[in-house]
Design a protein around this ligand. Structure first.
Ligand code: UDX
Length: 439
């Protein structure tokens, strides 16, 4: 079976590489020449654990190209196109429509088009109609986490496939054949209709976002009544109906998908004439969570941070990625700069730091000219001569840092930990003044 994957951006590249590993011949198509050239030379274009090795292993099965016309020899075409939000929270389908329009000119009639993009209800139907109703269209949402996408692809919790209700058995079997590797490993493969598959993706991400937001809200009460939020989370999680994952009270979720999928779901409620209650609040509470954390800083230092230098640890939205999109750290940086603080930044991921430097140039020139942002070489270097430390990262690597040196370096022995990563008792025993989310 010959497969094409259109767009090799972020987790969709993993789709191409993994299918090649399973043994399929893959055309991986992108519009950017430079990206394709890099991939041809085994250079990963995204940060993903194990991607370089996987590229080397599978390159003989993948044809990286910018030539869309090669899809014509494919049995299955995975359409993996970016679906961002517009300012009204409506999912912007411009790119996916454009890709479908391009395909329309090229396709014969029997190639199956599988939509991996996260799209609102009825989009698969719309694409089917756009393709003159001649090619089968299948909804197949992805649930891959950034950095862990290879691991997730290899061991998914489930595979969801949405077909049109009158899809032929032959076409259904063809798509199931692609995922035979997984069904043989007893991974559940759901066959359903288009809109069910589309909704499962939004419901999954919005539910996880809700779970995080719920515990973030509980953390605010924990702060007031001196209840240990880490204990609350872990003992809640022991209830098998609740489950321990995504119960960490931190500074709110960032990219990759939660903010945009929650917003899109709110929009879909409105479009269908429904009131929304929980989901809209999830977005609002999440947006306020970073301010809740910021208030801990301003409660101690007031809003005038004129002569303060802050060591800010971590800028990406989560560990092991260079992705800054909707990172809570960026929101924090903007707010701290407004209060005239000087900021020293460090991130273990040098690419994330480079991206941050580029981002800082997008800030208004008066900020760049008057308030320096210093990019540090190491964690300890960042803390040197800083007044206090703000942490926005849940990466356990930081636990190996020498906090006795941090104590020597910081002018004031104060830490604000937005990811509750440090051991409260240990750090307090070292005579740090320690603030975190939830008491
Ligand atoms: C997410 C989904 O997990 C994945 O299934 C989906 O398809 C894409 O979006 P990703 O955004 O890569 O994946 O990372 P994830 O590990 O899910 O974390 C998302 C955000 O939630 C991060 O900002 C993280 O810090 C935050 N988070 C996570 C919490 O605030 N608390 C938690 O307990 C867990």
């Amino acid at each position: 079976m010959k497969i094409s994957v259109i767009w090799t951006w972020y987790v969709w590249l993993i789709q191409a590489v993994w299918l090649a590993k399973i043994g399929y011949e893959i055309n991986a198509i992108d519009i950017f020449e430079d990206k394709i050239e890099k991939l041809k030379s085994w250079v990963p274009t995204i940060f993903e654990n194990g991607l370089e090795d996987l590229l080397k292993e599978t390159l003989s099965n993948i044809n990286f190209t910018t030539d869309k016309s090669c899809v014509v020899w494919s049995d299955i075409i995975f359409l993996c196109v970016w679906t961002p939000q517009d300012e009204t929270w409506k999912t912007d389908l411009t790119y996916i429509k454009q890709a479908a329009n391009d395909l329309k000119q090229i396709l014969k009639w029997d190639e199956i088009v599988v939509i991996k993009s996260t799209v609102p209800a009825w989009t698969n139907k719309m694409i089917y109609e756009l393709l003159w109703e001649k090619n089968p269209v299948v909804s197949n949402p992805e649930f891959l986490r950034e950095w862990l996408a290879i691991e997730d692809f290899f061991a998914p919790d489930r595979i969801v496939l949405g077909f049109k209700t009158w899809e032929s058995e032959e076409n259904i079997l063809k798509v199931l054949e692609v995922y035979k590797y997984f069904s043989e490993k007893n991974i559940n493969v759901l066959k359903t209709n288009w809109q069910t598959a589309e909704l499962i993706k939004y419901a999954a991400n919005s539910f996880l976002a809700t779970k995080i937001t719920f515990i973030n809200e509980i953390a605010r009460l924990a702060d007031k009544i001196w209840a240990d939020i880490k204990d609350v989370s872990s003992w809640l999680g022991l209830d098998s109906r609740i489950w321990e994952k995504f119960l960490n009270a931190w500074i709110g979720y960032g990219w990759s998908c939660f903010p945009k999928d929650v917003k899109s779901l709110v929009h879909q409620f409105g479009e269908n004439g429904l009131e929304w209650w929980i989901i809209k609040k999830v977005d609002e509470v999440n947006e306020s969570q970073v301010n809740y954390f910021l208030e801990k800083i301003t409660a101690k230092y007031s809003k005038d941070l004129h002569w303060k230098t802050i060591a800010l640890f971590w800028v990406a939205f989560k560990p092991d990625t260079d992705d800054l999109r909707e990172s809570r750290a960026l929101i924090l940086v903007k707010e701290l700069l407004k209060m005239w603080a000087t900021i020293k930044v460090f991130d273990y991921n040098s690419q994330a730091l480079e991206n941050f430097e580029k981002y800082s140039y997008s800030l208004s020139t008066w900020i760049r000219n008057f308030i320096p942002i210093v990019i540090s070489k190491s964690f300890l270097d960042m803390t040197k001569n800083a007044d206090f430390l703000v942490m926005t990262l849940e990466d356990k690597k930081v636990l190996a840092e020498d906090f006795s040196k941090v104590k020597e370096n910081l002018k004031e022995k104060v830490i604000f930990d937005g990811k509750n990563i440090l051991d409260k008792k240990e750090i307090k025993n070292m005579w740090f003044e320690y603030y975190w989310v939830g008491y």
